[in-house]
Design a protein around this ligand. Sequence first.
Ligand code: FPP
Length: 246
Amino acid sequence: MQSNASLEAVAAARLHVGIIMDGNGRWATRRGLSRLRGHEAGVEAIRRVVEAAPDQGVGTLTLYAFSSDNWRRPKAEVTALMTLLRFYLANEIEALVRNDVRLTVIGRRDRLPDGIASAIARAEAATVDGTTLHLRIAIDYSARDAILSAAAHAATAGQLTRERFADLITGETNLRDVDLIIRTSGEKRLSDFLLWEGAYAELHFTERMWPEFDADDLADALASFHRRERRFGGLTAMAPEEVPNL
Ligand code: FPP
């Protein structure tokens, strides 16, 4: 189980945003480009958002890069995505360390092509001291599978509370629930993303395609989030920290 006390202290007071990065393929096809070019442009969008997030009050950013259902895509596209991932993990470490970002990867590692799990472990170890932003990348990820696997571990975990179960699901201690989930490209569904952690997340859907997404789009999503009143089932506005346990 990963834990980083100083990161938790910073992240606890800052928002957790999840993003379903959708529309790479359509963005590329409409421009007469290959879908791979769309995914490459998607990596550039990741860089923009990772850089902009801390100044916009985001302490934790969870990005949906490859769902467990994405294995159904043509082999060539899966291979291209895994190659991009391999490059990202190898080449991005320096910038992440420079920007004080901690990277962790969520999802299954046992089905990834050779070398990727070790590249993930290297990137996680190199960035473990980052406190400005906790970047979580979801790869071979399914929220339902994460819940199922936590349930299997819970069988031997003693007395179970929501908090302890959440730790089993996230692999973290006291990870902040997701405050806001953004999905790009006009689609309006959760696609098995952060189902437990996002139980009270606000949802923001934008027509913007992921490769075009930038700091202003993140600011628009957060502005819309800050206009909402979060009541967590009560009748008055509450911050997540103020929600009483029943
Ligand atoms: C959804 O667009 C996007 C994906 C399934 C992959 C997301 C991947 C990246 C942004 C780049 C790789 C990530 C890393 C961390 C290196 P889509 O392909 O479903 O687009 P479409 O709905 O328009 O076809």
